[in-house]
Structure formats: C-alpha cells, structure tokens
Write a protein that binds this ligand. Sequence first.
Ligand code: GLU
Length: 283
Amino acid sequence: MRTRFAPSPTGPLHLGHAYSALLAYGMATKAGGEFCLRIEDIDQSRARPKWEAQIYDDLHWLGLEWPEPVMRQSDRMPAYQDALTKLEDMGLLYRCTCKRRDIEAAVSAPQEGVEPAYGPDGLIYPGTCRNAGHRDSNAALRLDMAKACDMLGNPVLEFSETGPAHKGTHRITTGDLIHRVGDIVLARRDMGTSYHLSVVLDDAVQGMTDVIRGKDLFQATKIHVLLQRLLGLPTPTYHHHRLIRDEAGKRLAKRDDARAIAKYRDDGASPADIRKMLALPRT
Ligand code: GLU
C-alpha cells in the first residue's frame, strides 16, 4: 500500500490537514506500506516557501516520516505539458478565453427557467468557446467532455471507495460526466496545468494504491478516473474521510489560524492531544 498527503503550501496546516495526514500515514504503516508527502504548489501566486517549511515542521512534530526527496508539483511542469499534448493530439482539448464573469453571465441568461448548474469545479461551463477555434496560446485549455466520453471504447468507468460515507464500487456514467461535470479546465491560463491533471499524473507516477483525502473531493474523483482512463493510467482505491469542523459545524479553512497545528503546539498541546481531539487511536 502506498498513500500520500498532498498539501498546498498556501497557509498553515490545521486540524483537518492533521487528520488527513495521520489517517493516510496510519493506513500505510499498518499495512507495511509507504506514506509519501507531495507539495502541491502549482498555484505559484499563492505558494510560499515559509508555508512549505512549516508543513515539514508540523508533520515531523506529529511523528510522520516520508521518503526524500519530496515531490513538488512545480518541478513537474514538463510531465503535465506532455499529458496535455497527448490529449490535444487526441482532439480532446480546446482553448477558452472566457473569464469567470463571462461564464456567470452566460449561465445566468434566462434559459427557460433552468437554474445554473454546479459541478465539482464550480459552474458547469456552457460551452461558449467549444467551437470558436481560438488559437491564443495564453488561453485556458478545456476538455471537450462529450468527445472524451465518445472516445472511451468501453464506457464503464468505476472506482472503489473505502471511506465510511461512500463505501463501495461507484460507477460513473457518461451522462453524469457530460451534464454534471462538463468541459472542465485542464490547464489554467496562469498555470499551464490544473489541480485535476496534476493530481492524476502525480498519483500515477508515485504509484499510489490508495488516495486518502477529505470528502469534499469525492465528486472530483469522477474527473480523476476519467483522466486516468484517457491517459492509460491505473485507478487507485479512494478513501474520502469526514471533514473536521469547528464548533459551529463549519469546515475548517486555511484562514482558520486558531486551529492551526502550530498554534496548538505553541499553546503546549502534544501530538497525542491532537490525535485525541481528532478521535484517532493512540499509536
Ligand atoms: N492539494 C489538495 C488540497 O490541499 C489535496 C488534493 C488531494 O488530496 O487530492 O486540498
């Protein structure tokens, strides 16, 4: 078994991150497998060396170990570019020049009373640029979902989930992908890649057998399984865990500094206290 924790160095790790990392570490070590750390820093406008250094500190303090060198997504741009070229050669990508407000305007135009639909990536793209033939090299690259689904020789896409909320085998239909996911961005204009593309390629190259992460990413898994199929990559087993919430039931975010691991540590908590707060078994 190989598992990973893949934080973005855009703020302090909080209790929710500790839960994810400890769970992934615990599952790998219990099975005699390996736990890896990966730094997801494709958003260079938000990533900071200071937060990356704190990730290492916090995780070491929690008692985690991982093989070095740590994979950093910003070092993997050529691999992401190769995959985009492959998808482009398959005729599955198109350039999109829409700004967020263009998409909002397009979907909020009265359409027989239909409510704008949201997918795992926000508003479902209305297809404005699909046949526009843009050549702008600075445009975003979108996946033509209907074409991608057409291309799947065997349209049965499925994945196994071991997380408590969704345990079992999940089938993904092409109708679901076309109508509930839509033409997602695979390369953002400012980044040359996207979370979805990078995570799929990295999990494959690092040989992940089990992807353990928060259940906010459960719906995005359809996208990941589709990309694995298109790119000829294996599908790991997924485990989406509960989200850690504050007293008001709100999901923790990076800005919740009050629940930062470093803050608990500075206040004198021990790693065992953190495990207890998260209802994780003692080691
Ligand atoms: N980098 C992502 C995050 O911090 C994790 C993605 C994943 O585990 O697939 O939310």
